[in-house]
Each structure stands twice: as structure tokens, then as C-alpha cells.
Design a protein around this ligand. Sequence first.
Ligand code: AMP
Ligand code: MG
Length: 347
Amino acid sequence: MKVNQLNTLIFKNPSQDDINKAAELLRAGKLVVFPTETVYGLGASALDETAAARIYAAKGRPSDNPLIIHLAKANDASKYADISPCYEKLADLFMPGPLTVVLPKKDCIPFSVTGGLDTVAVRVPSHPIAHKLLEAASIPIAAPSANRSGRPSCTTAEHVIEDMNGMVDAILDGGESDLGLESTILLPRGDKEVVLLRPGAITIEMLTENGFEVTLDKAVTEKPKENEKPLAPGMKYRHYAPKAQMILLDGTLDDIAEFMRQYPDDPSVAFLCYDELKSKTGNKKIINLGSVSDPLLQAHNLFHALRCVDQDDSIKTVYAPLPDQENIGLALYNRLLKAAGYTVKKL
Ligand code: AMP
Ligand code: MG
């Protein structure tokens, strides 16, 4: 249920003046949604307990699900967290960019931001509007994805308006998010060892190429057991799930084509579908993910596709291909598994 109704200011293609106004709002403890290269973020001062509490209320987010703090420069992290040689190496390689690193927090970051944990997750976005906003605000900005809790993350300002109009003080509309999936989250365990808590566009392959040893947190690919606490608390929550029952198809492209061909045409059933399968679908309802050979485009399209499913009330079941786990495929695999509540049909 939506609570307080605010008069949300919307700045389309914001000028530096608009960004300065938004930065002032953040400094005054208000909520501002801003675009990043991953997904839209719902920001508030990370130094202000009340502001942080407003994020949880606006999203309907459980209070034990911690927030990522966003900084203008990787070097700023030492003001808010204990940094390490591992952090510095990751920052040199991948910041600014779609990477979040979990570090021991300093006292200035309230526990309400970290869901009670003594660590804080730090990210330096590369999106020019996010960067200008962080520079102008000159405070760390706590910002989860700007969707209502449980819904797909927002990759356009229209999605944000759907979920958050009247719940936030301002929205900076910077068009479509470039990547479309949330950041990779890493927990450093030594100089070169990291645990992958959430896969994203900084992939295992990119990390190992640069000499890191990566352990995959099992919550990335397996359903957490009841009462189990994953290292990233957010991974235990139902996420991205459309209202329709979602089922993932585990098989080759040919297997999926055959499955679709044999499936009776039924307006209550939709398929998230690669370009290569479109001609095989008869009169089926399809929502396009892009080419099977372009997982970056699939990542860009996924959350929009899931929102399209929700917009058609007649869809009761949606099938989607289970992607390969290589490179950014692992991030797609993880988000789809969560969206489907881990329901997979072997073909
Ligand atoms: P979102 O902001 O919606 O992309 O979600 C942020 C994700 O980061 C959630 O899965 C959180 O559980 C995770 N996260 C944030 N802070 C920490 C932390 N200190 N330790 C582990 N995971 C974290
Ligand atoms: Mg989120």
C-alpha cells in the first residue's frame, strides 16, 4: 500500500541547475531518484538515519536488507569504510562502474543504512548524471534500486514513475539505463580473494583475468533454505517476480523451439523469446529479449520484458529460456531464477 503522497518533481534530461536542486534536496534529507549505468537508484543521504528510513518506507523494503552507498570517487570510500589493498585494486580496475564492494563500515554510517551489519557496500557509478549529482551533493548517497520492493528494478524513468510517483521528492530522468541489471557485489576475503554475492556486468571472467580468485556465494544459483542467512541479505527475498507464474526452460535453442511449436496457442501464456525463435512461434504471445548471441542486449531488455508481462492481466503463465552462465549470462541466470521462484522445466 502506498503511504504519503508527495508532489514529485520530474526533471527530464536534467541540466546542471536541475542536478544542483536535486543535490540540495538530498542534503536536506529528501528522496531523489537518479539514473545510473545499471538501474535507477532511489537516493537519500547515507549519513542521515531519518532519510534512510524514508527509503525503506517508500520502497516497502524489509529493514534488514542493507543499502549500497554511492560515492563520487573511489578514494572517498576511506571516509566511510576501512579500505584494503584488495579494494584499491578493484577500484583501479573497475571504478567508476557497475561494481559494489562490501567493506567494514566506519561509525559515521548509521546501522539503519546497513541493515544492522557492521559492513557497508560501496559503489562509484559511472553514469554522468549520477556522477554530477554525487559531486554536487558531496555526501554519500544510500540508494537501492528505485522499484517497489519485490518488483523488477527500474531501467527507465517511466518504470520509476509507475512505482514511485508521489513517494519521492524528485526524479531525474536520464533515459534508458545502459546495462539494465544491478551491479556486481563482491566481498573481499584477502588481497586477491573475493566472494561474488551478486553477479552483474563485472563478470567472474573479468575478475579472474585480473588475478582475482573468485568464490561464488551459493545464494547466486541456489534457493536459500528457510532461516538461512545469505551473505547479501537481499538475496533471500522474492525478487523481480511477475504476477504470472514464471517457468524457465532448460534446453538447447532447438529444444525450446520445439517446445514452443508444440505448445497450443493460448492467450494466457506468454514466452520471453530470443529473436531467433520468433519465426517459430505461430500465434503465441511473445516478449522479445534480443538475440541469443547478445546477452548484453538481453540484460538491457530483461526488466522491461518482466514489466510488460505484468501489464497484460490476461497472462497467467510465462516461459523464458534459462541462459548460459558464462560472462554476463550468470547475472541473467540469477535474475531469471529469482523471477521464476527457481522453477525450471528440463527439456
Ligand atoms: P539493491 O540496492 O536493491 O540493488 O540491493 C542491494 C543489494 O546489496 C542487496 O542484495 C543487499 O543485500 C546487498 N548489500 C548491501 N549492503 C550489503 C552489505 N553490507 N553486506 C552484504 N550485502 C549487502
Ligand atoms: Mg533492488
